[in-house]
Design a protein around this ligand. Structure first.
Ligand code: ADP
Ligand code: ASP
Ligand code: MG
Length: 401
């Protein structure tokens, strides 16, 4: 007998039939003598719908009120799942994030979990209840509801597994595991048996939404092995664990992120300190910068281009226009029609030519590269957004077919 945490995403609980499907998976696990804590997300597109509703009333609504609304999606799914489990004849209790002990930072809509105090969960498990917990939400020091950012239920599940020293943490979703590329976009993507925390963290950060990147960060920190698997097809999924236990694959996956924008500064006076000032202005506004490119100076000027999240493009452009145009820069412009495509693999540390192979795939597909960035285990390129799906397919084919 052990403690098992099982997380089910929105599509796994999208309708009554799916809710009963989840109830059966959970009660089967319970029947085998395990303590079971279940974390669920909001049903289907509920969170998107709630965001639309908020924007209809007030697009500038405070983040506190947004969280008050967004947290309601998960309240519906925990109650419905608990009702289904009751109907199957098992003892169950549903808990909101705060009842389950999720204490978070105050940053509404992107709160960080500070600690999980699982006293109530433990009490319910001691009473032999199955415990169903609302993912994605917690409470801050002002006793206000917070949410953890999109896809945050994965992190809720890992946080419970860490706080309660669970024996197993399963992330059930609508695909059979982690694949070498999004299986909905690349039909011959392969399911991975295992992947290391570091590679999974890169893939998640670079756009593979199957796991939220913070959940992977937390799993690595507390050494929680994760299994990513399908709630609809009963077969082993992908194990995410420490690298030491596995063979290094040259490339473990290709990921795509359309949520990026390129900001270009043209004709910036070429003098010491300006790059520092540009990026200080940007970071002072809490805007994260990713790939940076600077041209060779000419005629006393230079160009700098960098990427930011798409939603920050307009703000970045405004900040830099206000600051740089008076200093003599010729132009500041943001381009949101771009996407970042990346390959990730621990094996590239010890193999030359991996980036070249990626560039060759793009050349063969006649896709132009705008920016490049590399690290020990990844290579990313910025390209036109319209080319993104083809790029992923071409690169995947080059490495895996
Ligand atoms: P959930 O609602 O269960 O949290 P998500 O929609 O957040 O599910 O994540 C699952 C989706 O992630 C899949 O349907 C798939 O389209 C997408 N995905 C993107 N990249 C990958 C990948 N490398 N492996 C598996 N799925 C991926
Ligand atoms: N329901 C939330 C979202 O859609 C959390 C999650 O699905 O993990 O982002
Ligand atoms: Mg998700």
């Amino acid at each position: 007998m052990g403690l098992i945490v099982q997380k089910f995403g929105g599509s796994s609980v999208a309708n009554a039939e799916r809710v009963f499907n989840v109830a059966r998976i959970v009660t089967d696990t319970y029947k085998q003598g395990n303590n079971v804590v279940v974390v669920v997300s909001a049903q289907g597109d509920t969170t998107d719908d709630l965001i639309d509703k908020a924007n209809e009333i007030n697009p500038n609504a405070s983040k506190r009120e947004r969280d008050m609304l967004l947290a309601s999606g998960e309240q519906i799914s925990i109650a419905l799942l608990a009702m289904a489990i009751e109907k199957l004849g098992y003892p169950v209790v549903s808990l909101l994030g705060w009842q389950a002990g999720f204490q978070t930072s105050s940053a509404y809509t992107s709160a960080r979990i500070k600690r999980v105090v699982p006293d109530r969960i433990q009490k319910e498990l001691d009473k032999k209840n199955i415990v169903v917990v609302a993912g994605f939400q917690g409470i801050n020091k002002y006793d206000d509801l917070t949410t953890l950012g999109r896809g945050g239920s994965d992190t809720s599940a890992v946080a419970i597994a860490a706080a309660m020293h669970a024996d197993l943490c399963q992330i059930y979703t609508d695909v059979k595991g982690v694949y070498t590329a999004d299986p909905r976009k690349v039909p011959n993507a392969r399911k991975l048996e295992t992947i290391s925390y570091d590679e999974m963290l890169e893939l998640a950060t670079l756009g593979a939404q199957v796991l939220n990147n913070r959940s992977v960060e937390m799993a690595k920190k507390y050494n929680i092995e994760l299994e990513v698997l399908s709630s609809l097809e009963k077969e082993p999924g992908t194990i995410v664990k420490e690298a030491a236990k596995m063979e290094k694959m040259l490339i473990s996956g290709v990921a795509k992120d359309k949520d990026v924008a390129r900001v270009s500064i043209i004709g910036l006076p070429d003098r010491p300190g300006l790059a520092f000032k540009v990026f200080s202005k940007v970071s002072a506004a809490n805007i994260n910068v990713d790939i940076i490119l600077q041209s060779i100076g000419r005629d006393g000027t230079k160009d700098i281009a960098f990427t930011v999240a798409q939603e920050k493009a307009e703000e970045t452009e405004k900040i830099l226009k206000d600051y740089l145009l008076p200093l003599g820069a010729k132009e500041v412009k943001a381009d949101t029609g771009v996407a970042k495509v990346s390959i990730v693999g621990a094996g590239m540390e010890s193999h030359a030519g991996v980036a070249t192979k990626m560039f060759e795939a793009l050349m063969d597909a006649q896709i132009n590269i705008k920016m490049i960035s590399t690290s020990e285990i990844k290579v990313s390129v910025l390209i036109d957004e319209a080319d993104a799906d083809n790029a992923v397919k071409a690169i995947h084919e080059k490495f895996f077919d």
